[in-house]
Write a protein that binds this ligand. Sequence first.
Ligand code: VAH
Length: 313
Amino acid sequence: KILITGASGQLGFVLTKALQFKYGIKNIIATDINFHSSLEGHFEFLDVTDLIALKQMVVDYKVSQIYHLAAILSAKGEKDPIKTWDINIKTLTNVLEVSRLNNVKKVFFPSSIAVFGNNILRINTPQNSNLSPSTMYGVTKVAGENLANYYFQKYGIDVRSLRYPGIIGHQSLPGGGTTDYAVEIYHKAVRNENFECFLEPFTMLPMIYIDDAVRATIELMEAPSQQISIRTSYNLAGMSFSPKDLVMSIRKSYPYFQVNYKPDFRQEIANTWPVSIDDSKAVQDWDWQPEFDLNRMTKDMIANLKKQLLTTK
Ligand code: VAH
């Protein structure tokens, strides 16, 4: 059985569906502290900071793989850094310890481009960059990558990880990230509303469409173990664009779409992140190739959000 934490989150919700489809709905246990009403299949409430509850679930359902997606994101994390440290680190150490003691074979841990901070090459940021993150979220991801690597080296737990760019999808909303604008903007456009953007127009960031993000995750987890040369976390690229590029792409369908720029504290976070990512290790080791560029993503987002609007009216 495969257990997912954070299954009601932006990525968790879509990844749960993909795993149910691939491995059979009966073999997936989706967990979260909140219930997403569109989730189907086996769901359990689980607070992953509760070691005993997590252990119980792993033992009861004979879990052999865990996808640990529950975490606090970058922008929200800055409102309460210590809580972010406590939750992100406690949940990961719980997952790794329970895995070590209960024969869980494989673990997935999401890292992020937030591991990078000042002192990097911001264009085509290399895999082996100096990691000095500017947010507590990034600090927990750097620590998490090292914990993952430690559990692999010391105990042989097959932990695998990706440094996701900002994830964009129509199925679910992100919660508290610096890249969230790129999802919210589409929701406004299809409603013919104006958008207030919290980043400046030319802030270029690495992003990925959720279909590509989910496929990358499954491809990494399915790759033969001897092909995995990186046990901290793989750089992963999809596309790179700025709010201005995104607006131009949306205007192909909504020529009168208006955006006001009102940068807030998230601008400072974005300023320390890469513009684009060198993911040649992922390409080499497990053949990574993204399918969506900005315009293809925009078409798909708009078509799907329009459908959603019609069915909820
Ligand atoms: C955030 N979307 O903005 C997340 C992410 C790319 C960064 O990990 O916090």
